[in-house]
Design a protein around this ligand. Structure first.
Ligand SMILES: *Cc1c(COP(=O)(O)O)cnc(C)c1O
Length: 427
């Protein structure tokens, strides 16, 4: 597989290099130089999740890894399913929260861990450095936990992720270090970028990224869009509209890649909370990020979405106008109202999925089928959901276990020197 740097198309790398480096020079994102084409998508949709995902990922990765290796990686990573559930007439939820950390990031995080293990030589040191607005951190921490030759350092904005989210990944210890940064998610992301720009540090600790900018995570996420369509009754596959709750826009990028390689999707909808840089951009044509605002859908509190350049590139390559993308932004009050409405329909949701559902419900036309992504288990946002619905949701087993453990996070300022010291100390 060949990929190029979006900031310098001359810089070309293999899948292995892209997985190890995360970002190219000048903080450029890697993008596949060629997209595979599946002429017989119906046949692909007949297969089971793991076989189909192996076929898709092998087609992207190409000769670089043996088909057998990719098959093992997928088998190890995708050990849970992604069911669709009818919510109301013509609208389905795609539940992506049945993995160990109860959010869709388990798919990408686990496949990334498998990819990195497959493309790394065993002697060099590897430090995964990532910033999380909540769920990536948990997925990455759990995916790498116990791989002793790989150190993991996770930054998150102190006090801005849910206490349960924090418990899920800041209690592991071992090769996993977590840092509560006095700042926002965008500050954490900026620190990570700064670390990657420091060539000496990068070399010294073997830096590797694991947030949604790593290409292996995106490729993995393509697979559950196919899985969703495979479960839809055939008659409902023709006019399919998919709403994606978006923060850093990795999930939407993966959905558009799925469409680019042949998945029949009529339209995607980019759904955000009030951190609405993209919806405003699609409406006005002006890219004008504003300071990040905390919301009850905190995993989407991102005002400078990292993956957006990939979406622009893909649209350019495919000749898709940005005007074909649906969009919408929802505030906290509307999110709460929607959660209550959904409960009345008999579906217990959490704020991120509810945002996508609301916009989908508003924009779905006669004859279309709607699908929205449920990116996390409701119990992961227990405080918020309990309060809005007047409930006491039961914690699923993995959450209950970690909730009873002590936090092990370090607390640091939004300061690069302090981050450097942490990276050196974990070696
Ligand atoms: C990360 C996350 C999102 C946003 O996904 P992106 O790929 O960053 O757009 C949405 N919902 C939940 C629960 C998340 O953890």
């Amino acid at each position: 597989m060949k990929l190029y740097n979006l900031k310098d198309h001359q810089e070309q790398v293999s899948f292995g290099q892209a997985v190890r480096q995360g970002l190219g020079s000048n903080q450029g994102l890697f993008f596949p130089a060629e997209l595979p084409a599946f002429d017989n998508v119906d046949e692909l949709l007949e297969q089971d999740f793991v076989s189909r995902s192996t076929a898709i990922l092998s087609a992207f990765i190409g000769e670089e890894l043996a088909a057998e290796t990719v098959s093992q990686m997928v088998g190890n990573a995708f050990q849970f399913n992604a069911p669709i559930k009818p919510v109301k007439e013509g609208i389905y939820a795609l539940e992506l929260f049945h993995g160990p950390t109860l959010a869709f990031k388990d798919f990408g995080g686990r496949f990334m861990a498998q990819s990195l293990a497959a493309v790394s030589d065993s002697d060099g040191n590897i430090t995964i450095l990532t910033a999380t607005s909540g769920d990536t951190g948990a997925a990455v921490a759990h995916a790498f936990y116990g791989m002793d030759n790989i150190k993991v350092v996770i930054l998150y904005p102190k006090g801005k992720i849910s206490p349960l989210q924090e418990k899920l990944f800041c209690t592991l210890g071992g090769n996993i270090s977590t840092v509560a940064v006095d700042g926002t998610f965008d500050d954490c992301q900026a620190l990570v970028k700064q670390a990657f720009d420091d060539a000496e540090l990068r070399q010294e600790v073997g830096l590797n990224s694991a947030n949604s900018i790593n290409i292996s995570r995106l490729l993995a996420q393509i697979c559950y869009y196919f899985e969703a369509v495979a479960q839809l009754p055939k008659a409902q596959r023709e006019e399919l509209v998919i709403a994606v709750p978006s923060g850093n826009f990795g999930n939407l990028t993966a959905g558009l890649l799925a469409k680019a390689i042949g998945l029949p999707v009529k339209r995607f909808i980019a759904a955000t909370n009030v951190n609405d840089t993209v919806p405003r951009y699609l409406r006005t044509g002006e890219w004008a990020p504003e300071p990040t605002v905390p919301t009850i859908s905190n995993a989407m509190d991102v005002s400078q979405p990292n993956n957006w350049p990939r979406i622009e590139e893909l649209c350019r390559l495919k000749g898709w106008g940005l005007g074909e993308l649906g969009y919408g932004a929802v505030n906290d009050e509307q999110t709460a109202e929607t959660l209550r409405e959904m409960e009345q329909e008999g579906y217990l949701c959490e704020p991120h999925g509810a945002i996508a559902y609301r916009i989908l419900n508003e924009q779905l036309a006669e004859g279309e089928t709607g699908l929205f992504l449920c990116t996390a288990h409701p119990a992961k946002f227990k405080e918020v959901v309990d309060e809005i619905l007047g409930k006491d949701i039961e914690l699923p087993a993995p959450l209950a276990k970690h909730n009873a453990m002590d936090l092990l996070s370090l607390e640091r300022d939004n300061d690069f020197e302090q981050l450097k010291a942490v990276l050196r100390s974990v070696q």
